[in-house]
Design a protein around this ligand. Structure first.
Ligand SMILES: *[C@@H]1O[C@H](CO)[C@@H](O)[C@H](O)[C@H]1NC(C)=O
Ligand SMILES: *[C@@H]1O[C@H](CO)[C@@H](O)[C@H](O)[C@H]1NC(C)=O
Ligand SMILES: *[C@@H]1O[C@H](CO)[C@@H](O)[C@H](O)[C@H]1NC(C)=O
Length: 504
């Protein structure tokens, strides 16, 4: 036993020493590269003993199996000398060697590394013999890294066989759409793009794939990262298509049905259950329910979307749901949302003037473009104007009747049609809908047209003949629908893969 353990310890020692030795060699090389073959050589010619192009003569075998000693590089001396830096070179050598084995990269590939501050990945590529490789970053670090941005490569169309984006650069990109489009532009048809992202859930993975119009998904895998900044890396490999036009990444098919991928079903399973039995005190139960809501951005990464959009249908005052709930409580993962407030009641319109990032649609969301009769739910002389306003029901002009009291004629618009023209599946769309019973017209229309597939998360208040707070045993006479019909509406949405929550 003791002998075996001793032997094991001996071998371990040998391995560790070998690894340390290899790192030392890398360290010396960096020092050599910096002091002798660095940028400074251009200035002080006398100081350059070696031609910076004398390559490939000192091939050693590194611990990772790469040929160390074939690139000509300039690196920041302090950064390069650090073990941390050497560890990262080794990491990328392993990553690229795996990609070579799998046939996505070869030593002949013309290669680009996107958004690489010091070009560790470019260095690694050159070390393993991918000589025709370069990196871009906002600040150049020649000869490894030249000046260029993730959304603006300084290269012609169809230039590269292989493009790599490491270190979660795409996660940090302010414009992921442009980032993806630019890769699609400079990559050659049938070329490969490999991206390392920290996002690991299936939702963000699907958003990610959808961003790359150029390419088809080839494979992905999870690998251990290098530090706490990115402990797990999701490596995604895609291939550029010869003809991009033939492909369409829409979830809405010809009969306006959304596809319900498995990940959406998983999200629904993890969301809070619907309140099955009618609450006796709805004014308490439904309001409290918002605390149990599993918000989508608390379950998944909402990276990789083109735009972030919040649509408040029946917005009423600016301070109500937009400020007090959406701005304060909805988890936004630091994204800036474009807000659309849909409110027909003129009483509130002034509040929306000069609100940055907020677009007011001063109409009623409806199933087609037409004039509507709008109930002004207000007793003359009532002090509490704000409370009563905006709670009016709407009705088509020609149908007449039903609504008593004062009315306005307002403009209704085809909400489903508007939605299809305003947002796309590349956007992240949250909708709150509180429309005094019109949900029984709007939701079926959204489903029928397929527009519902464009919405990621819905907060819906369903209006039914609820128990009154004032008078026990008395139901509200304002609405005809029952709690059961509301529940059916929620269930029909969830069955279609829509993450809908009960709003109060
Ligand atoms: C390069 O590609 C972009 C978009 O893919 C296209 O708009 C542009 O016309 C192309 N340029 C040339 C010179 O072909
Ligand atoms: C949002 O930004 C703040 C500060 O800029 C940062 O501390 C926080 O971690 C960020 N949150 C997310 C979810 O990215
Ligand atoms: C409704 O009106 C808007 C604005 O005029 C218009 O853009 C849209 O096409 C109309 N929708 C339908 C279905 O007619």
């Amino acid at each position: 036993m003791e002998l075996a353990a001793g032997k094991l310890g001996f071998f371990r020692n040998v391995v560790v020493r070998f690894l340390l030795f290899s790192l030392l060699i890398v360290g010396f090389r960096f020092a050599y590269v910096i002091t002798i073959r660095g940028e400074s050589c251009r200035v002080g010619d006398d100081f350059c003993f070696f031609s910076s192009r004398s390559r490939g003569n000192q091939n050693l075998v590194s611990a990772a199996g790469g040929r160390i000693g074939s690139s000509s590089v300039t690196l920041n001396p302090t950064a390069a000398a650090s073990p941390e830096f050497q560890k990262r070179v080794m990491f990328y050598i392993t990553v690229f060697q795996d990609l070579i084995v799998d046939g996505f990269l070869s030593t002949k590939s013309k290669s680009l590394c996107v958004e690489t501050p010091v070009g560790v990945d470019v260095y690694a590529l050159r070390e393993i013999g991918v000589d025709d490789s370069v990196g871009i970053y906002k600040k150049a670090m020649k000869p490894l890294v030249i000046n260029g941005l993730g959304h603006r490569h300084p290269f012609n169309n169809n230039t590269f066989d292989f493009i790599f984006s490491g270190n979660g650069a795409v996660d940090k990109s302010a414009n992921a759409v442009a980032f993806a489009a630019e890769i699609g532009r400079t990559l050659k048809p049938e070329g490969y793009v490999v991206v390392h992202t920290a996002s690991a859930d299936t939702y963000s993975f699907n958003s990610f794939i959808r961003l790359f119009n150029c390419c088809t998904f080839i494979r992905s895998r999870h690998i251990a990262g290098l530090d706490s900044h990115m402990p797990q890396i999701h490596e995604i490999v895609m291939k550029k298509q010869i003809d991009i036009k033939i492909r369409s990444k829409t979830d809405i098919n010809s009969v306006n049905r959304c596809s319900i991928p498995g990940y959406k079903q998983d999200l629904l399973r993890n969301s809070e259950p619907l309140i099955e039995s009618e609450p006796l005190k709805p004014w308490i139960t439904l309001k409290k329910n918002i605390e149990k809501v599993k918000y989508l951005p608390s379950m998944v990464d909402i990276n990789f979307k083109q735009r972030y959009v919040y649509i408040d249908v029946g917005a009423r005052s600016y301070g109500s749901s937009i400020v007090s709930w959406f701005k304060k409580q909805y988890p936004k993962q630091n994204k800036t949302f474009d807000i659309y407030a849909i409110e027909a009641d003129t009483h509130f319109h002034d509040q929306y003037k000069s609100k940055k990032g907020v677009t007011l649609l001063p109409y009623a969301a409806w199933v087609r473009n037409e004039s509507l009769v709008f109930e002004i739910n207000q007793t003359p002389g009532d002090e509490n104007v704000e409370k009563g306003r905006g709670m009016g029901r709407i009705q088509a002009v020609e149908s007449g009747g039903g609504i008593v009291g004062s009315t306005d004629v307002i403009q209704g618009f085809d909400f489903a049609d508007w939605l299809k023209n305003t947002v796309s599946e590349k956007d992240f769309v949250v909708m709150k809908m509180d429309v005094e019973g019109t949900e029984f017209d709007l939701i079926p229309r959204l489903i029928e047209t397929g527009a519902i597939c464009l919405i990621d998360e819905v907060f819906l208040e369903c209006h039914y003949n609820r128990w009154q707070k004032c008078c026990p045993g008395v139901r509200s006479p304002k609405y005809q629908k029952s709690y059961g019909q509301c529940l059916d509406l929620f269930k029909s949405l969830r069955q279609r893969g829509v993450l809908v929550h009960q709003w109060w």
